[in-house]
Ligand binder design. Structure first.
Ligand SMILES: CSC[C@H]1O[C@H](OP(=O)(O)O)[C@H](O)[C@@H]1O
Length: 360
């Protein structure tokens, strides 16, 4: 069933658009500095807060591939600023095309990266010349719109959650993964601020530990008590009745609602359906890929085996053992109860519902 677009008679009126979220908006992982891009190096968090200064499109692409900056919206924003760096380095349109290819190849699954980069390339091509200032305005607009979208999605998603609910989240979908406030974590922040939550649980999210290292750290900054669980404890937690919602982000949502997200999301959604826990996907419209009919063709990023067999640079597996490291999976739309975007909420996503919601 399709809920009315946000703000137009939606059948769940957000509790209050006046809730003050500023305390949750202080963290910015991306800073444009005029001739370089500063990125909070998320590989070192939470032990070390250090910044990378990227002065070329290659350095931005390398930072995206290495997960120094990560999270679907955040890598889109970083990619956009990478295009500005490319335009500052060369006025040759062919070089901008090469820059776009370099950035898009950094990570294949999150559509936000290609959406942002190819959008800036198209705008330069439509202008007929490479104008760094014009591209900078577009990059800044993408960043600004993402933050606004996150705050709005927070309200819409929180309105879905009845008071006294426990929630489980997977991976990191907070300020570190976006322009600020977060997607799924933004809903959790809003629901907490509106006193709707009885408990927040986060999975550790192996192998990269986005939950243990990043989500737990963000929630500590917020003063929101959270309990960390092993990824393998998700189904058991749901069996105890302590959570009513599984709230996750997305890297690419196909037109029918099939959703690519961090590896482990699908099995959590299967367990959620078994135990009567509702599943909410929270993502800006820039994460929806209407050109992809369903999730079967979403490219799943495979990363280095060492991310499985080593931790913190130390071996954790039997020497020489091979590992398979897909870092996303696809949750079928039939397992999803609500997809929350800044344009509104789609419940029980049916074919065509997202296209209808996002139609101009
Ligand atoms: C709002 S972030 C969306 C998405 O990105 C994360 O992946 P990664 O940490 O590998 O960039 C995770 O899948 C989040 O749900």
């Amino acid at each position: 069933m399709l809920c009315a677009p946000a703000g137009h008679g939606a059948n769940r009126t957000p509790v209050s658009a006046m809730t003050n979220y500023d305390q949750y908006d202080s963290l910015r992982p991306i800073e444009w500095r005029g001739d370089h891009l500063r990125l909070l190096d998320q590989r070192l968090l939470p032990a070390t807060v250090a910044w990378l200064d990227c002065r070329s499109v290659t350095e931005v692409a390398d930072a995206i591939h290495a997960l120094a900056v990560r999270g679907a919206p955040a890598i889109g924003i970083a990619g956009a600023y990478g295009m500005v760096l490319a335009a500052q380095a060369s006025s040759d349109p062919a070089d901008l095309v090469t820059a776009a290819q370099t950035l898009v190849q950094a990570r294949p699954t999150a559509v936000n990266l290609a959406w942002a980069v190819q959008g800036l390339l198209a705008s330069a091509q439509s202008e007929g010349h490479v104008d760094p200032a014009a591209l900078l305005l577009r990059a800044q607009s993408i960043e600004r719109e993402d933050l606004a979208a996150n705050r709005h999605m927070g309200e819409l998603g929180a309105a879905q959650i009845t008071g006294g609910s426990g929630v489980l989240t997977h991976c990191n979908t907070g300020s570190l993964a976006t322009a600020g406030f977060g997607t799924a974590l933004g809903v959790i922040r809003a629901a907490w601020a509106q006193q709707r939550l009885s408990a927040v649980f986060a999975t550790e999210t192996r192998p990269w530990l986005q939950g243990a290292r990043l989500t737990a750290w963000e929630l500590q900054q917020d003063g929101i008590p959270a309990t960390l669980i092993a990824d393998s404890a998700g189904a058991h937690l749901m069996s105890t009745g302590r959570v009513q919602w599984l709230v996750v982000g997305a890297d690419r949502i196909a037109a029918n609602g099939d959703t690519a997200n961090k590896i482990g999301t699908c099995q959590l959604a299967i367990a959620a359906r078994h135990y009567g826990v509702k599943v909410m996907v929270v993502a800006p419209s820039s994460t929806v890929d209407l050109a992809m009919a369903n999730g079967r063709d979403i490219e799943i990023e495979l990363r280095d085996e060492a991310e499985i067999t080593r931790l913190g640079g130390q071996p954790t597996a039997a020497p020489g053992v091979r590992a398979w490291n897909p870092v996303f999976d696809v949750t079928p739309a039939g397992l999803i109860d609500a997809i929350v975007t800044e344009r509104g909420v789609v419940e029980q996503p049916a074919p065509g519902a997202l296209a209808q919601l996002l139609s101009p």
